[in-house]
Design a protein around this ligand. Sequence first.
Ligand code: NAG
Ligand code: NAG
Ligand code: NAG
Ligand code: NAG
Ligand code: NAG
Ligand code: NAG
Length: 192
Amino acid sequence: MRASTLFGLAAATATSVSALPHAVTARDNNPGCTADSFGDFDWTISDIVYNTSIVFSTPAHQIPSGIVQFNLTNPALTYTADCKAYSTQLSGFFYGDIIYKCTEPSNSTATTFTFNAGTSLLNVNQTWTCSDEDAEYPDTFTYAGAVNLTMDCTKTSYQNPDWEMGQIYLANTSSCTQEDVVVKPYLATAIA
Ligand SMILES: *[C@@H]1O[C@H](CO)[C@@H](O)[C@H](O)[C@H]1NC(C)=O
Ligand SMILES: *[C@@H]1O[C@H](CO)[C@@H](O)[C@H](O)[C@H]1NC(C)=O
Ligand SMILES: *[C@@H]1O[C@H](CO)[C@@H](O)[C@H](O)[C@H]1NC(C)=O
Ligand SMILES: *[C@@H]1O[C@H](CO)[C@@H](O)[C@H](O)[C@H]1NC(C)=O
Ligand SMILES: *[C@@H]1O[C@H](CO)[C@@H](O)[C@H](O)[C@H]1NC(C)=O
Ligand SMILES: *[C@@H]1O[C@H](CO)[C@@H](O)[C@H](O)[C@H]1NC(C)=O
């Protein structure tokens, strides 16, 4: 019945927008969305990369750059959140104090994270809405999770002994990878 007419769903969606605390027009109505959001729920965080580099183009000019990225899979959703953050902040790059937004193809889903490179603590929050069981009164889920990563890092260090203008004076890089991790939320709220 829920899949009977797309128009019916669209109409129900449109009329219930004003009843929601925030305006949401696109929702996840894949079968199982609601059921998979309850119960033995966990996220899978995959393709985790944390890279940094500090390059001195002259002895006095340094160019720091750090990137952290991963994909977050929610069993209730048909797509993954693509999470990426850049930093030029020396010397730790990521201190867990900035909330970064992930991108995903649905605007009813919002995924955010913080990362502390010093402690390797990754925090994630995700909000999503399922309308597969009830298009008129969809469920909105907001879950929070955290994991201490155990990354494998490879560092390289290069210093140019005969530096001349136009050459690289010093370059330190670090490249860290991490096996996929399964994260159980420590906080889960659902609003019907
Ligand atoms: C969400 O996406 C739908 C469908 O793509 C679009 O019609 C709607 O304007 C978007 N809403 C917001 C708040 O961006
Ligand atoms: C991570 O997610 C992005 C966006 O969905 C996708 O393009 C990319 O292929 C994913 N990475 C891997 C290794 O699956
Ligand atoms: C997650 O949500 C909690 C509660 O709203 C907030 O305190 C925290 O800063 C959020 N963290 C992230 C990574 O968005
Ligand atoms: C991460 O490690 C810290 C310090 O050992 C610990 O207090 C915290 O509970 C851990 N967090 C998670 C999510 O495992
Ligand atoms: C670069 O790496 C070397 C070797 O680990 C270290 O001694 C040096 O302090 C690093 N320099 C910078 C600017 O990070
Ligand atoms: C991270 O560093 C590794 C090793 O240099 C490189 O292969 C990879 O493409 C880098 N990834 C990103 C996202 O910078």
